[in-house]
Design a binder for this molecule. Structure first.
Ligand SMILES: [Zn+2]
Length: 420
């Protein structure tokens, strides 16, 4: 193992207990995406714990637009972001990002987080998705700043609090940060316990169709009513049929809201659905299909239908630069004794947004574990040190040029060591 990798790894080994303590304490703080108090507590802790790198700055997030149960579009506040940057005169610019919100219900009390008797498994809400990843990001950067060539690599951290909602309030900041950097590292959990990384990802759209009919008494004036619920059912069936088309898209009717008392012809229904696609061509096709079905419904007697939402995550293909970044990570893994595999996935994350903004990004550099988004979430403790070493060695290699990044794709090339 070449220097400085050896000294980096030795330092990270010395931080094993700190890594575990950070994840444990962060997971004790409930931080659901729509819980301003919990997100605020989490940000306060991150400000303290990231202090060795500098002072994180708060960044105001935008709002998210949602269709509520009465069919109205409302704007909701989401958690603010935190950011920090280190700029060197030359070398690649690396964006490191991850979210600090979770899917677990808001709860002001400390959450239950437990370590197995053998010390191998940590259980608790968000330990793997993504508070373990937050710890990996922090300690990998600390290791690099202490032991790596900090004058030959720039970095920027972006921590968001609305990823589990699809990052509606942080998407613009992610896109802007993508434009300022040369490559992106995102610290979502690996795809499985073995540590497989995500290659290409599908694109995802969340849509709501708001259908208004006309209310009437079901007994006295039935024929005057226009039933929004049956119109919603017709639309849901028609959209579901698109799954049989050769459009390489999947359409999931997730919910139909609407109706009230059984003696009222319902005047409001909302169809909520998700679309997944492999390519932007399929995304265009899928959206056009849904739009034309909604337009046809909008013309039916006495009914109106309006489509809300769109592709919040474009598909993330594996282009040449992303492949190169993955190759560097695999090489780092090999030098650490790890065989790192990758595969495509239907899941989406902020990596889709960064890639769509032109930033080559690998997005599963967080910890190994399982049961995410469930009460059984767990983290394999050994992966904390392992994945921290992986990212720290990647940063060190990018800085010293042993892992080359093409100068044509760098904001500030390192002339004497560049490889194109
Ligand atoms: Zn996540």
């Amino acid at each position: 193992m070449p220097l400085p990798q050896e000294t980096i790894c030795a330092w990270i080994d010395s931080q094993r207990d700190r890594l575990l303590t950070l994840v444990t304490e962060w997971a004790r703080i409930s931080s659901h995406s729509l819980d301003p108090a919990g997100l605020g507590r989490m940000r306060a802790r991150l400000l303290e714990d990231f202090a060795p790198l500098g002072r994180l700055a708060g960044k105001t997030a935008g709002r998210r637009l949602v269709v509520n149960a009465t069919g109205d579009e409302v704007a909701e506040p989401v958690g603010d972001m935190l950011s920090l940057a280190h700029r060197a005169a030359t070398g690649p610019r690396v964006l490191l990002a991850i979210h600090y919100d979770t899917v677990y219900p808001a709860d002001p009390a400390p959450q239950s987080v437990s370590l197995s008797d053998d010390g191998l498994i940590l259980r608790g809400p968000g330990v793997t998705d993504a508070k373990g990843g937050l710890a990996v990001l922090l300690l990998a950067l600390e290791a690099f700043m202490l032991k790596g060539d900090r004058d030959r690599l720039s970095w920027e951290i972006l921590l968001n609090g609305d990823e589990e909602l699809g990052s509606p309030g942080s998407a613009a900041a992610l896109t802007a940060a993508a434009g300022r950097n040369d490559l992106g590292l995102l610290f979502e959990p690996t795809l499985d316990e073995a540590g497989t990384l995500a290659g290409s990802r599908k694109g995802s759209a969340n849509l709501a169709v708001i259908i208004h009919g006309r209310a009437a008494h079901a007994g006295r004036h039935f024929s005057e009513g226009r039933n929004a619920v049956t119109a919603a059912a017709d639309l849901a069936v028609a959209i579901n049929r698109l799954n049989a088309e050769p459009g390489e898209a999947t359409f999931n009717i997730a919910a139909i809201d609407g109706g009230s008392a059984v003696n009222v012809v319902p005047d409001l229904a909302i169809v909520r659905l998700n679309i997944r696609v492999d390519t932007t061509g399929s995304a265009d096709w899928a959206l056009t299909q849904v739009q034309s079905l909604v337009a046809a419904l909008d013309h039916r007697d006495g009914l109106t239908a309006r489509l809300h939402g769109g592709f919040h995550c474009p598909p993330k293909p594996m282009d040449d630069l992303t492949q190169r970044l993955l190759g560097h990570i695999v090489a780092c893994g090999r030098s650490l004794g790890l065989e790192i595999a990758s595969r495509s996935t239907g899941g989406v994350c902020d990596g889709n947004k960064l890639a769509a903004a032109g930033l080559p990004t690998i997005d599963t550099l967080g910890v190994r574990g399982g049961g995410i988004h469930s009460p059984a979430e767990y983290l394999l403790v050994e992966s904390l040190v392992e994945r921290t070493k992986l990212t720290a060695c990647l940063l060190a290699g990018l800085a010293d040029g042993s892992l080359a990044w093409p100068t044509a794709h760098m904001h500030c090339p390192t002339p004497e060591r560049s490889v194109s």
